[in-house]
Design a protein around this ligand. Structure first.
Ligand SMILES: NC(=O)C1=CN([C@@H]2O[C@H](COP(=O)(O)OP(=O)(O)OC[C@H]3O[C@@H](n4cnc5c(N)ncnc54)[C@H](O)[C@@H]3O)[C@@H](O)[C@H]2O)C=CC1
Ligand SMILES: O=C(O)C(=O)COP(=O)(O)O
Length: 634
């Protein structure tokens, strides 16, 4: 059965599940008709079970051998969330610190899987004190997650969830170095920010705030506050992303001509909204109104400085709902003094809240709001869901397209690569376990892919390296810091893409470790490297080659490798040794290089073989060597 997850602005992709858990709190808000429709749909599909509505049912489902998905109701329809299921597999609840006001729906969602501690308005010292006791923190724009904070977490903090878009208040380098995932909610407040931009545009044009203040002070002044019309005027949007695009559409509706400066925006996307992309200088010279919608980066910091204001059309107006730091506030004050700029509407400030001596806040030609762009009831509820899902996924080490400090790829590529991620990690796991003394400094990853050089391998590479390092370091390793940790250990990663035929994005993957010796010499290939290869079959990762031997086994659980002469009777004897220890065989694959030549037996077993058992198997006549690989599941 398919229900569609609703994510505004994103491609809707169907989600499939085997069982459904209904979140009572959220579902109660459903209209009866919607509820009846969903339940009917579930009931008609026999293989899908409705598990119930309480969290205790959900907890019981933790051990269920099927995939459980939560569904909930949002203002946009019925949402499906697969992240809940994954959270069930962890032992012990993680602790999530909610450090800023978050919508109730998202908090409830977090509470289903984590101990949630809400501490608002913390001082820096309180944050430093609290941070080492939590696994994740959820913030908005007011909390600064600096290097000092990451260091104070002493490695415990695994996820920073930014309930909004801008991540300029998080030290991403420090986050990556400490292996902490940073996720945001990139889409849920787009409309709110755009609407606030338009409110400020019209309020600025018609002196709404000033006239209101004057009336409240007892006045009735119908001359000072004469405004300007927006129809027919040119709006220059700086930063034509999600918010910029929505502002453009709305401004078109007001009869404005819209141009935009954004070095990374596509002409087609702009043309689709009837917007002309122009250079920065052309925008400055042409705009009657400026609306800023770019992120704060080293390039955009103080983009609007004295030089920019000097080029601006005299008497233009500027609206900033992006980040305070993109405007040099002192330069804007000077431009206002010189009437070069006729007025400004600011939602954001270089320092928030602004200092008492801020040169702009108290001016009559400037209207201000205290960073309210994302603050609508609707947006905050949606943001809370979007961030709660992302945080839960990240805590489970799952892939989420809103991770901002990992080798992330666009959602469509992410979806396509998802089945290979587990394979990459399992192969890394397997290869490193075959190294004799863990002394190695080079790993070769070979992708056999029809994409050739166009294959975006960053995510796969990170997962191979993660699979390798997880076995040999006590540091927390994830896709964020895997490459960094490998580099620190002096391990060189060499990647090769071999073009091959086929419809899948990847036909096979080989992980080869250059090492002095292997604890299973048969794993050494003709090039003298310890190698394992694998492929995804019917959506599941399989080990397909060890050294030069073909094998065929799902990368699940424990695996026993036995190199033997190709002669009758050995398989049965090995099986009976396992039976003596009451170890169950879950699957078996035998590969050989030719008839009568040596063969490798790869046996999937339920349980870990001890030294005694390995010794007994090694002494079976015809067995040349054995090795056990533990927990190949990614
Ligand atoms: N005031 C508020 O409450 C809110 C503020 N924001 C802020 O609005 C801004 C835009 O958000 P979104 O549209 O969601 O982000 P987005 O990532 O969709 O769009 C940002 C755009 O800026 C462009 N850009 C990057 N560098 C640039 C440069 N040097 N010059 C011109 N354009 C450049 C990018 O190419 C991108 O198209 C962000 O700074 C975000 O933090 C967003 C939501 C609420
Ligand atoms: O999403 C953003 O970038 C915002 O600026 C919204 O900030 P807030 O979450 O309201 O503190």
């Amino acid at each position: 059965m398919f229900l569609r997850p609703f994510k505004s602005g994103r491609k809707k992709t169907p989600v499939q599940w085997d069982a459904v858990w209904i979140n009572a709190a959220a579902f109660n808000q459903c209209t009866r008709r919607a509820e009846a429709r969903v339940l009917k749909m579930l009931a008609t599909t026999a293989q899908h079970r409705v598990l119930g509505t309480s969290s205790s049912t959900l907890a019981k489902a933790a051990t269920a051998p099927f995939k459980v998905t939560a569904i909930r109701r949002s203002s946009k329809g019925i949402r499906a969330s697969t992240s809940v299921r994954a959270s069930l597999s962890t032992n012990g609840k993680p602790t999530v610190l909610v450090a800023e006001k978050l919508g109730a729906g998202g908090v409830e969602m977090l509470k289903e899987v984590a101990d949630v501690r809400t501490v608002l308005n913390m001082t820096k010292e309180q944050l430093l004190e609290n941070i080492s006791t939590v696994d994740a923190i959820v913030i908005r724009s007011a909390t600064k997650v600096t290097r000092e904070v990451f260091e104070a977490s002493k490695g415990r903090l695994r996820v920073v969830g930014r309930a909004g878009v801008g991540i300029d208040n998080v030290d991403l380098t420090a986050a990556s170095e400490t292996g902490c995932l940073v996720v945001n909610a990139p889409t849920a407040n787009t409309i709110a920010a755009a609407e606030h931009g338009i409110s400020l545009l019209t309020a600025l044009a018609r002196n709404v705030a000033q006239a209101d203040a004057s009336m409240k002070a007892g006045g009735w002044d119908r001359t000072t506050y004469v405004g300007v019309s927006v129809v027919g005027k040119t709006l220059a949007i700086i930063g034509f992303g999600k918010v910029g695009g929505e502002v453009a559409r709305r401004a078109k509706g007001l009869g404005m001509t819209v141009i935009a400066f954004d070095p990374y925006a596509s002409e087609e996307r702009a043309a689709a909204v009837g917007v002309k992309l122009v250079s920065f200088d052309e925008a400055l010279a042409t705009g009657d109104f400026f609306s800023l919608h770019m992120p704060l980066t080293p390039t955009t910091k103080n983009l609007f400085d004295d030089a920019a204001f000097a080029k601006i059309k005299k008497g233009s107006r500027i609206i900033n709902v992006a980040r305070g730091g993109v405007i040099d506030e002192a330069a804007l004050a000077r431009a206002l003094d010189a009437k070069q700029v006729a007025g400004a509407a600011l939602d954001v400030f270089a320092q928030e809240p602004p200092a008492a001596d801020n040169p702009l806040v108290n001016r009559k030609d400037v209207i201000c709001t205290p960073h309210l762009g994302a603050s609508t009831k609707e947006a905050q509820e949606e943001v809370s869901y979007e961030i709660a899902e992302a945080v839960v996924s990240a805590l489970n080490g799952e892939l989420t397209s809103s991770v901002v400090n990992a080798p992330m790829v666009p959602p469509e590529v992410l979806k396509e690569l998802a089945p290979y991620v587990g394979l990459a990690q399992s192969l890394g796991h397997a290869a490193v376990q075959l190294v004799d003394d863990h002394g190695f400094s080079e790993v070769h990853i070979t992708y056999h892919s029809p994409r050739g050089d166009l294959l975006d391998s960053r995510l796969l590479r990170a997962n191979v390296v993660r699979g390798i390092l997880q076995q040999i370091t006590t540091s927390q390793v994830n896709i964020v810091n895997a490459d960094l940790l490998a580099k620190k250990r002096g391990v060189r990663i060499v990647e090769t893409v071999v073009p091959s035929e086929g419809a899948a994005v990847l036909n096979s993957l080989e992980v080869a470790i250059v090492s002095r010796a292997s604890r299973f010499s048969s794993a050494v290939n003709g090039r003298g490297q310890i190698s394992v290869s694998g492929a995804v079959k019917s959506g599941k990762p399989f080990l397909t080659q060890i050294g030069d031997f073909d094998v065929d086994l799902a990368t699940e659980g424990e695996v026993l490798l036995v190199r033997q002469n190709d002669q009758p009777g050995i398989i049965a004897t090995v099986a009976s040794e396992l039976a003596k220890k009451e170890i169950n065989i879950s699957f078996m694959s035998v590969g050989r290089t030719g008839r009568g030549a040596d063969a490798i037996m790869a046996i999937g077993i339920d349980g870990s073989p001890d030294k005694e058992l390995l010794g007994a198997i090694s002494s079976v006549r015809g067995v040349q060597e054995t090795a056990a690989l533990s927990n190949l599941r990614a």
